[in-house]
Design a protein. Structure first.
Length: 277
């Protein structure tokens, strides 16, 4: 447990707090807890409190948004597994052990976050958002209600990754140490992956893409490769990997509506970070 998690937990434990609202959430992916050796898709989630908001806006969370999200989830999640079979808080005024929310895929984390906001009152559930029209580029505003967000489930007959043949073989090393691969798998990003990437968020969009691909992709016969080796690959190869990483699972926060400037139908995507702020 991080120092900050411990600090927040001590404050939270001492608070006079009773859960007013909670709901059961079915995770789109689910996870296998290595400690209890149980697979589950069900969690119980509570509404937000002042302590939840504080966890999101604490100093360490400002430097790493994904750590802030982990702290929020550790507060709002009350039990894991059907009837708390994997873990249940003995006191709702405590935080979960860090390992649970770090093991979850980002898809599951976002669904928990959205559901906890959705039961936390109208001001938390609804926002007036702004975006630009796909057709005329005009700035438009629209109402967004989190209860309208659709959730795409993972195919639970498959493991939490995608496998694919590469458009060209990739080679690393030289001489007797040369390794070649024509097949790879890309895992769904987890909370821990997101926290690690969050430490490098000041590097820029493309640098973050390289970091994500290097962290989540394994090449058959090679394993993971470094960011530097990945950067040596042709742009077409990197674009291919980027398309493989665009996995539609979890919350699909899009809304279609008619632009009041040009009259065309356009689509806006909810920026969850801005929504929370």
């Amino acid at each position: 447990m991080t120092y900050e998690s411990h600090h927040i937990q001590q404050q939270y434990k001492d608070a006079m707090y009773n859960i007013q609202e909670s709901t059961k959430v079915l995770l789109p992916v689910g996870f296998y807890d290595t400690a209890t050796k149980q697979y589950t898709r069900e969690v119980e989630v509570a509404e937000w409190t002042g302590y939840t908001q504080e966890a999101l806006t604490s100093p360490i969370a400002k430097n790493n948004y994904n750590i802030g999200i982990s702290n929020v989830l550790n507060i709002v999640v009350q039990s894991i597994g059907e009837n708390g079979s994997v873990f249940r808080k003995s006191n709702p005024n405590t935080m979960l052990p860090d390992r649970f929310m770090r093991q979850l895929t980002n898809a599951d984390r976002e669904v928990i976050l959205l559901q906890s906001l959705a039961i936390s009152g109208e001001e938390m559930r609804k926002r007036v958002c702004t975006d630009k029209c796909d057709h005329c580029n005009a700035e438009i505003s629209y109402d967004f209600d989190l209860t309208e967000v659709e959730v795409e489930e993972w195919d639970h007959a498959k493991p939490p990754w995608v496998e694919f043949d590469l458009p060209k073989q990739i080679t690393v090393g030289s001489g007797n140490l040369k390794l070649t691969s024509g097949h790879a798998k890309l895992k769904l990003m987890t909370g821990l992956d997101a926290e690690v990437l969050g430490k490098k968020s000041d590097k820029g969009e493309f640098a973050m893409l390289f970091e994500m691909l290097a962290q989540c992709t394994e090449f058959e016969g090679i394993g993971k490769i470094s960011v530097d080796v990945l950067k040596l690959q042709p742009r077409s190869f990197l674009d291919f990997l980027k398309r493989q990483a665009n996995i539609q699972v979890g919350a699909i926060p899009y809304k279609k509506f008619q632009c009041h400037h040009c009259g065309e139908e356009t689509e806006a995507k909810l920026d969850l970070a801005r929504f929370l702020v």
